[in-house]
Design a protein around this ligand. Structure first.
Ligand code: SF4
Length: 326
């Protein structure tokens, strides 16, 4: 990373910079899990142990979008596949070392569950997201491979505008998230301000690719009141292009630099997300499987919870109708 001011700002925000273009940040839920025994909704939905989850980005300063809801300061150094990059072996090793450095700060904290803290030293899951577009890292395949070889499962989160990278994924991540943050090209342009003129078409192309990938696939809708919340018919059409295992409507979180682009009135209530999810369920034929009001997220799926998450009881009292009125 060439920009010293940016490096200082990221360090101030709790990012541990790794190598030339990557960063690790202790997820809020990893901290909650270690200090208060509370797990993230991904634990409930997908069985992730929050305290053993490492959240990182291999492309901290590369993205081809400038989403208004992005937590980062943007001004990306790079908006295409990186030309100079760190090797994946070194990246994984340094990322785990960075996570351990962060965790070392909790060692003397009486609130910390010692057993969990020790387990956390050896991550079992990597969420490749955080900030930046990870598919711009050209060694993603090898990175996924060495994670899996070490018994670490992977979530890869992409903005979906790099279909060639999705087509080339081998191995596939344990779970692939594609963000669909607009119901149509016009809102997409205004909200995500892409650097390439055909980004919307690329996103649609990615959704068609995702349809055939044999891994757990999730389409996420990050929803900003007054911008992209609504248009359930159009979102349903996009979701049905991909036919993912799950759809996650999720409310925008007013954090980081996004506060300079959006106001607090753009943050939806969970009830708005739940209502939207209900409409989407009717239009896609998916079912509302679960919800986490504190994270303002609803989980839609094609079958019962048990089909995807064996052993899990169907949700009760999530505040959502199982067959919502449209
Ligand atoms: S795709 Fe992600 S990293 Fe890129 S601008 Fe949008 S929110 Fe930020």
């Amino acid at each position: 990373m060439g920009d010293q001011d940016l490096a200082v700002e990221l360090a101030d925000q709790g990012y541990q910079l790794v190598g030339r273009h990557s960063a690790v940040k202790l997820c809020y839920w990893s901290r909650e899990s270690i200090t208060r025994g509370r797990d993230c909704y991904k634990g409930r939905f997908y069985g992730i142990e929050s305290h053993r989850c490492l959240q990182m980005s291999p492309a901290i300063d590369s993205c081809n979008l400038t989403c208004r809801f992005c937590w980062r300061n943007q001004g990306w150094e790079n908006d295409a596949t990186m030309e100079s990059f760190d090797e994946p072996e070194r990246l994984l090793e340094k990322s785990i070392a960075a996570q351990r450095r962060i965790l070392s700060g909790f060692k003397g904290d009486p609130a910390v569950a010692r057993e969990k803290w020790e387990e956390a030293q050896t991550p079992r899951h990597i969420a490749i997201s955080l900030t930046g577009e990870p598919t711009l890292y050209p060694k993603m395949n090898r990175f996924l491979e060495i994670c899996h070889d070490q018994g670490i499962t992977t979530f890869l989160v992409t903005n979906g505008t790099n279909p060639d990278a999705l087509r080339a994924l081998d191995p596939l991540p344990t779970q692939l998230y594609v963000s669909v943050t607009a119901p149509n090209a016009e809102i997409f342009e205004r909200l995500t301000r892409p650097s390439q003129g055909d980004a919307w078409q690329r996103l649609r192309e990615s959704l068609a690719i995702v349809r055939d990938l044999r891994t757990r696939r999730v389409v996420r809708h990050t929803l900003v009141r007054g911008w992209n919340l609504g248009w359930a018919d159009a979102y349903a059409d996009l979701d049905l292009l991909a036919r993912p295992d799950f759809i996650e409507p999720k409310g925008y979180v007013y954090m980081g630099r996004s506060r300079q682009r959006l106001g607090h009135d753009h943050v939806p209530e969970h009830t708005e997300i739940a209502r939207f999810a209900g409409r989407l369920a009717v239009r896609t034929g998916y079912r509302v499987l679960d919800a986490s009001p504190e994270s303002k997220v609803v989980l839609l799926g094609r079958g019962s919870v048990d089909r995807y998450l064996p052993g899990r009881a169907p949700p009760e009292g999530a505040g959502l109708p199982m067959a919502p009125a449209g």
